[in-house]
Unconditional design. Sequence first.
Length: 87
Amino acid sequence: MANHKSALKRIRQSETRRKRNQHIRTRMRTMVKRCREALDSGDAGQAADAFKVAEREIRRAATKGVIPKQRADRSVGRLAKRLAALG
């Protein structure tokens, strides 16, 4: 266990950031899952709405540094490709 004041602060900061990142990542994955389910159902309107929400969450995660920007672009691109094929 840490003994220095600065090390104790670093532990507190790391835990706070871990929880924030976990929350953002979980929310993003849930929205992507909902988007994929909507795409699988075949309903173009519902899929378009779900895609908007999923894209927003993916981009937000990339902005916060939870996932790399390239991975965000790739994920959004793949979902957009499926949405275009549906419509």
